[in-house]
Design a protein around this ligand. Structure first.
Ligand code: DP6
Length: 326
C-alpha cells in the first residue's frame, strides 16, 4: 500500500479566484491553465498498520500542523472511498520554492491524490482524480491532465473538473517563472478567495472572465499568441485588482514584481512578444513562444531583485512512478 506520484504545478491563464461552494471548492467561473514541466511535486504515500497516526513530511522535516491537517482531511476522503482503515505516512518534495504563489498546493494536492488513491487500491479515471484533487485544493484539479487544461466550472461536484484542452505538443509555449521572492506568502489563497467577495470589483470581474474564456479558447484554436497574451495579462490584472481591493486588502507584489512587469512591457516595445501572469504571490510567470525563451530568460536574469528563473514547457499529466521517497 505504498505508491509515489509526480504532478506538475500549473499557471492559470484565466484564473480561479472566488468560490461558489467553499467546502467543495466549486469555482465561480471556469479557468484555463498550462501545466509546468519544471515545477513538479513528488509524493509518496504509504497506508500501513505500523502507523498509529497520520504523518506528513516535507522531505525530512515534519510539516507544520495547519498544513498537515488539510492533508490528513484529504487522506480521510480517500480512506472513506476505499474503505481503508490504516493511517498513512506521506513524504513530499518540490522541485521549486513552495508557498510563494508558484502553485505548490496545485501540484501538491494533485500528487497526493494520485499517490494516495493508488496506494489505497482505487482505480480512478482522470476525471475522478481531478474531482478528488479539486476538493483538496481547487487549482489542483488542473494539475491532473496534461498540457493545456480547462477547468469546467460545473454546478456540482460531479460536473466541476479539469480536462486536457490541448496536449503538450500542440503549441510550443514557454513559461519563464521569475523568482523575486522565495519565502512563504503571508496570505494563503484559500483566505484570499473568501476575502475577494468584499471587493467592489469582484462581480464585474466574474462577468468579464465569462467573456474572456471563449476568447481564450479562440486564441488557442487559431494559435494567435498576441491575442492569447493580451488575454493572459488582462485576466491577471483583473484578479489582482480584486485582491488589492478586498477587505483587508491583499498586496502580493513587491518591487521585483513591478520591475519584471516593466521589463516585459519593454520587451514588447522592442518587438519581442512576452506577457506576464502573476498568481497569489510576488513571482512573475513570463509567457512567451519557445523560440524566444532563451533570450527572454537571459534578459530577465539581469534585473535587480530577480533571484533565479525556471523555464517551463507544458507538462505531461500527473502519474505514478516507481521510485519512492522513503
Ligand atoms: C491565484 O487553488 O490555491 O493561483 O482552492 O483554496 O486551495 P484553494 O485555492 P487555490 O487558488 C489558486 C488561486 C490562483 C489562481 C489559479 O491558479 O487559478
Amino acid at each position: 500500500m505504498k505508491k509515489t506520484a509526480i504532478a506538475p504545478a500549473n499557471i492559470a491563464f484565466i484564473k480561479y479566484w472566488g468560490k461558489k461552494d467553499e467546502e467543495l471548492r466549486l469555482p465561480e467561473t471556469g479557468s484555463i491553465s498550462m501545466s509546468l514541466d519544471h515545477c513538479l511535486t513528488t509524493t509518496t504515500v504509504e497506508f500501513d498498520k505500523q502507523y498509529s497516526h497520520d504523518l506528513f513530511y516535507y522531505g525530512l522535516e515534519l510539516a507544520p500542523p495547519q498544513e498537515s491537517a488539510r492533508v490528513f482531511e484529504h487522506l480521510d476522503r480517500i480512506r472513506d472511498r476505499a474503505s481503508v482503515a490504516h493511517y498513512a505516512k506521506v513524504v513530499t518534495q518540490n522541485s521549486f520554492p513552495k508557498g510563494s504563489g508558484n502553485a505548490s498546493s496545485a501540484s501538491g494536492f494533485a500528487a497526493l491524490t494520485v499517490a494516495a488513491a493508488a496506494a489505497a487500491g482505487l482505480s480512478l479515471s482522470e476525471k475522478e482524480l481531478s474531482i478528488l484533487a479539486r476538493i483538496g485544493s481547487g487549482s489542483a484539479c488542473r494539475s491532473i491532465p496534461e498540457g493545456f487544461v480547462e477547468w469546467i466550472e460545473g454546478n456540482d461536484s460531479e460536473t466541476s473538473y479539469a480536462r486536457c484542452l490541448y496536449p503538450c505538443s500542440y503549441w510550443d509555449l514557454t513559461d519563464v517563472l521569475v523568482i523575486v521572492d522565495s519565502s512563504c506568502k503571508k496570505v494563503g489563497s484559500s483566505q484570499g478567495h473568501t476575502a475577494s467577495k468584499q471587493s467592489i470589483f469582484h462581480a464585474p470581474r466574474i462577468h468579464e472572465v465569462r467573456k474572456l474564456l471563449p476568447q481564450m479558447k479562440n486564441a488557442f484554436e487559431k494559435k494567435d499568441f498576441r491575442q492569447l497574451g493580451e488575454l493572459i495579462e488582462k485576466d491577471t490584472i483583473y484578479m489582482h485588482a480584486v485582491m488589492m481591493s478586498s477587505t483587508p486588502p491583499i498586496y502580493y507584489w513587491n518591487a521585483g514584481t513591478m520591475a519584471v512587469i516593466q521589463a516585459v512591457c519593454d520587451l514588447r516595445e522592442e518587438g519581442t512578444l512576452a506577457y506576464f501572469s502573476i498568481d497569489a504571490g510576488p513571482n512573475v510567470h513570463v509567457i512567451c513562444e519557445g523560440k524566444n525563451a532563451h533570450s527572454i530568460d537571459q534578459k530577465l536574469k539581469t534585473i535587480s531583485g530577480v533571484y533565479s528563473t525556471i523555464i517551463n514547457k507544458p507538462a505531461e499529466r500527473a502519474h505514478i512512478v516507481n521510485n519512492h521517497l522513503f
